[in-house]
Design a protein around this ligand. Sequence first.
Ligand SMILES: [Zn+2]
Length: 258
Amino acid sequence: MTTRSDAAAGHLQPVIGVSITQFSVIHALMSGLYDGVFPASQVLSAGDFGLGCGHALNGELVFVDGQIFRCTSDGSVSRVDESERVPFAEVSVFAPTLSMPLGGSGPLDRAGFESLVGSLLPSRNLFYAIRVDGDFDRMLVREPIRQHHPFRPLIEVMRAQNESELGRTSGSLIGFWAPSIYQGISVAGFHLHYLDDGRSVGGHSLDYLIASGTLTMQAMSSLTVRLPHTPEFAGADFESIDDDLAIRRVEQSRAPLR
Ligand SMILES: [Zn+2]
């Protein structure tokens, strides 16, 4: 009988020189700043792994193995052209230092997975890149509806988000865990996007059941934040956002403020 930590191969000490680069901040999205600012090629030069959202909230983005995929509200997936500008992205170079099989003692739901990952963290004050490649008994994803000017705040827009229950699927969860003090800059806790192996379905992951798979992770102690050089960003009022509650509703709950 092995314990959970025995099953993990490797360690989670941050490597010098491996960092998260974030383009814009979550507060900017909360405020309705959905226009693309950063060329996808510029984002990719900072990392081959991560997540983001498309121009005008046109889809959730998944950066995997150096390619960018857009999961849109019509349920389709397409490649993102490197010349497209994105309003928000969070990427890193992915060089995992820990690997662990999942599902050996039965399916793992989201709460079980999050508590397992939580038990592996050497510190809750660092950042972690997280990837699960595996078979899922179910996967609930959401994609926002593409917006048009004038943009409304995210919490209003997400009332009409598209949610899809994918059922059985094989693919990858890709994303990050961030300490709670970064809520508003980033998303505190887990933020994972899903893309299936066939690159045909995906989105922001809301809930799932892992049948079997492999968890790979790396720790990071460095965060670079690139802020937009736009009049909209310069003039936005971030101080009036009830950030924690609003962000949790937008990023984590299934039915935000109906
Ligand atoms: Zn997301």
